[in-house]
Design a protein around this ligand. Structure first.
Ligand code: FAD
Length: 334
């Protein structure tokens, strides 16, 4: 009797996708899940396969229970240890490596935040793989798109590393729903690595305004405001009239008009609100890198040739010291 030759069919794209397993590193502050870190979950959803969340800190279990409700997670792994509260990369990196090895993940995603940027390159180094930074698109399990040169060039990166260690640009992936999921919660491994760095103190800018990185509307001021006094006189009332967060250009920050945490751009925050309204900002490429994905860009500038008008949907040529108070009054009475 003749035996039939066995046919080995290549795995379909869908089957390959099912093999992906992603660990999404979630951020927390004082026991509350940081919603902007949920972008790493929506990015992982594009990839397909199973997605586990990871949290650590003295309220690890409480935050894990909150994260378990986030749509898209199969499991949340937590480590309950106050040593991880301040997000120091020196002890977080070995913590993550231990849990990545334990879970055998193909991908590790974290937000391209100060925390993610600080942590994931160290994790990649410990695993002897390449870090893939600030992705804005996923083309496949091994292929990612990321801007370089302040967004002036777009790079498509193909990586054969395993696991792939990736930071995700928050504005490129929607944060996803905080409710609707029912993930299981499991305790992770804690290597209790020595931490050569001691957290001493922090000086946080407190504000009741919406968070700049996730706000629906942002008003931003630049060097054209001339001084801190003028910035404080003109920008907060405009922000209040719109219910907006306040941002600033680097020139405004460097001149001391606004706090460093408000800087928008290549070396500041990436924002993509429904409305970005800026006054006295020229539109340097490094500034545009942080806000050009905004839905509607409106600019006030006295120079009709200012580069900001090349990206603005709405432009007002005029003196901001006249136009901003006028606009604020009109918005208040609208
Ligand atoms: P200016 O370029 O000085 O522009 C001021 C504008 O105000 C002008 O267009 C002027 O016409 C207008 N103006 C003046 N008076 C009035 C008035 N009365 N009414 C109306 N308009 C008026 N910049 C960032 O913003 N974010 C970054 O993250 C960033 N990262 C950088 C990284 C690197 C490596 C480098 C080299 C630079 C970076 N910069 C960044 C700096 C950037 O190149 C610009 O210098 C900066 O954005 C300029 O800020 P500005 O538009 O407020 O100031």
């Amino acid at each position: 009797r003749q035996t039939r030759p066995t046919t080995i069919r290549p795995l379909s794209r869908d089957a390959l996708r099912r093999l992906a397993s992603t660990l999404a590193v979630l951020e927390q502050r004082e026991g509350k899940l940081n919603m902007s870190s949920l972008a790493s979950i929506s990015a992982a959803q594009k990839l397909g396969g199973s997605i586990h969340g990871f949290v650590a800190g003295s309220n690890g279990k409480t935050v894990a229970d909150e994260a378990a409700k986030v749509d898209g997670l199969e499991k949340v792994i937590y480590v309950d240890n106050g040593a991880y509260d301040k997000g120091l990369p020196e002890n977080w990196a070995p913590l993550l490596v231990e849990n990545i090895k334990k879970g055998g993940y193909t991908h590790v995603f974290a937000g391209h935040s100060a925390f993610g940027k600080n942590l994931l390159p160290r994790v990649a180094a410990l695993l002897d793989v390449q870090q893939i930074s600030d992705i804005t698109e996923i083309q496949g399990e091994d292929t990612f798109v990321r801007p370089i040169y302040a967004g002036n060039a777009i790079l498509t990166v193909k990586s054969e590393d395993n696991p792939k260690i990736v930071t995700v640009r928050g504005t490129a992936f929607p944060a996803g729903a905080a409710e609707g999921g029912s993930a299981s919660v499991e305790e992770g491994a804690d290597p209790k690595a020595e931490c050569p760095t001691e957290w001493v103190s922090e000086d946080l800018a407190k504000s009741d305004r919406p968070d700049l990185a996730t706000a629906e509307k942002v008003v931003s001021g630049g060097r054209g405001l001339k001084s801190k006094e003028e910035f404080d006189r003109l920008m907060p009332p405009l922000a209040d009239a719109l219910g907006a967060a306040i941002g600033a250009s680097r020139a405004a920050v460097d001149s001391g008009f606004a706090d460093n945490s408000l800087q928008v751009g290549q070396t500041g925050k990436n924002v993509a609100p429904q409305l970005y309204l800026c006054a006295g900002i020229s539109g340097a490429i490094q500034h545009l890198a942080g806000m050009k994905d905004s839905k509607v860009i409106a600019a006030i500038n006295k120079d009709p040739d200012a580069p900001i008008f090349q990206v603005a949907d709405v432009g007002l040529v005029g003196d901001l010291f006249e136009k901003v108070p006028e606009l604020t009054e009109k918005l208040k009475s609208a």
